[in-house]
Design a protein. Structure first.
Length: 421
């Protein structure tokens, strides 16, 4: 039994690689079941966000990395050699540390960002519903959630208002001198878009349009913030109104193409548009950036803004790392204890059988009229001899062979006082 954390993230790969290995939420259950159908994979969960795709697996041994990599590339129809340079793999205790660091926001683009914990919980729920997690991953995820909560409550990791959403709005503030005279078009209505909308509202954005596949969901958010909701199919006709576009959806195809953007610029008489695409796969075609009056940024371009907010979290991150290190030791101790379960169970059954045999013999003696005190003495003497016979014989054999290590282990296991009496 071994653990493996395997994946690709914003540190190891650019966005054009990450979007190729993202898992479509609608097809995730089938992908999970396909993965655990491999002979050496017993359990699996998949975390797929704009900044990372990670697989958490219980495998027969830590050398199963190559099999997981082959499945990963086959599933996404990618050449294995083209993906390998961007991949990392963490076995056993390193895997436990990785998942705890990810859930705590220590491996995020924005240090300490809270959204990843919710995404991790969603990944666990999806794997649970797909039937691909068992006792090992269930215990790992539950302890990971506890650790992430402890990190957030016991350190100042979340004290600074830094997130992809915050960074996108900070960029907009740098671009526009007066936010209340401009219109923002937000594409999507998920958690990230909601954060963006709230940040923009706090900054006094003049007008807010929210586009989403489910218009009702967009309408709920727009109504709360004084905005206007539209469907995704209405984006082309409203893009002309937008000075700022921030997009974050799970769409597998671009929602803003170069053709759509060109038409919007013509309608705006070439007044510039700031576009921030924080989706993976990307919502805005990369070649939109070729247009003279479009300023297009992706999540990778937000790094410098994010770095400013990260500085205040670095000390807190050190405290968080200490918490995680101790919890990794605790979890791996539990994993190792699983290996002793069968031995302990068999030892207990053996001892109970010896006890039952001795008790049956004593009861027969009492039934035959033997004195209770004598029967009790014989029971204690016989039971003691039977229970210590095998350990005593093994210690004698170890002593005869000069095997001091076995003798020391026996003393520790049996709690024998080694001082002379």
């Amino acid at each position: 039994m071994s653990l493996l954390a395997f994946g690709i993230n914003h540190k190891t790969a650019p966005v054009d690689i990450r979007e190729k290995v993202a898992f479509d939420p609608d097809h995730l259950p089938d992908a999970l079941r396909e993965l655990v159908s491999r002979p050496s994979i017993q359990e699996a969960a998949i975390l797929s966000t704009c900044n990372r795709t990670e697989l958490y697996c219980e495998t027969e041994n830590a050398e199963e990395f190559e099999e997981v990599l082959r499945w990963f590339c086959d599933y996404h129809q990618l050449d294995i050699d083209s993906v390998r340079p961007y991949i990392y793999a963490h076995p056993d205790s390193s895997a436990v540390k990785q998942i705890m660091r990810v859930a705590s926001g220590l491996d995020s683009l924005i240090l300490g960002e809270p959204q990843i914990l919710g995404q991790m919980k969603d990944a666990f729920s999806a794997a649970t519903e797909a039937g691909t997690v068992g006792s090992l991953l269930s215990r790992l995820f539950q302890q990971t959630f506890t650790v992430a909560k402890k990190v957030r409550t016991d350190t100042a990791i979340g004290s600074s208002p830094v997130s992809v959403a915050f960074a996108a709005v900070t960029l907009a503030r740098q671009f526009f001198s007066d936010m209340n005279t401009h219109t923002a078009l937000l594409i999507g209505a998920g958690d990230t878009t909601e954060l963006v909308a709230r940040h923009l509202s706090e900054q006094g954005i003049g007008r807010l349009i929210i586009a989403n596949r489910t218009v009702e969901k967009a309408r709920v958010l727009a109504a709360e913030l004084g905005g206007y909701a539209i469907g995704l199919h209405e984006i082309p006709q409203h893009l002309t109104e937008a000075d700022l576009v921030i997009s974050s959806t799970a769409s597998q195809e671009p929602l803003v193409t170069k053709t759509i953007a060109q038409a919007a610029l013509k309608g705006r008489k070439h007044r510039p548009i700031l576009m921030v695409d924080i989706a993976v796969p990307r919502d805005i075609e990369p070649n939109v950036a070729d247009l003279d009056d479009i300023y297009l940024y992706t999540v990778d371009n937000l790094q410098s803004i994010i770095q400013e907010g990260m500085r205040s979290r670095e000390a807190a991150a050190e405290q968080a790392e200490e918490i995680i290190e101790s919890q990794v030791v605790h979890f791996m101790g539990w994993v190792r204890s699983l290996e002793a379960v069968k031995t302990i169970r068999n030892y207990r059954l053996q001892a109970e059988a010896t006890r039952d045999e001795a008790v049956d013999k004593a009861l027969r003696a009492l039934a035959n009229g033997k004195e209770p005190a004598e029967v009790l003495q014989e029971l204690a003497h016989g039971l003691t001899n039977k229970l210590i016979h095998t350990p005593t014989a093994q210690m004698n054999q170890a002593a005869y062979a000069g095997d001091q290590e076995t003798l020391a282990i026996a003393q520790k296991l049996l709690g024998i006082d080694t001082e002379d009496n």
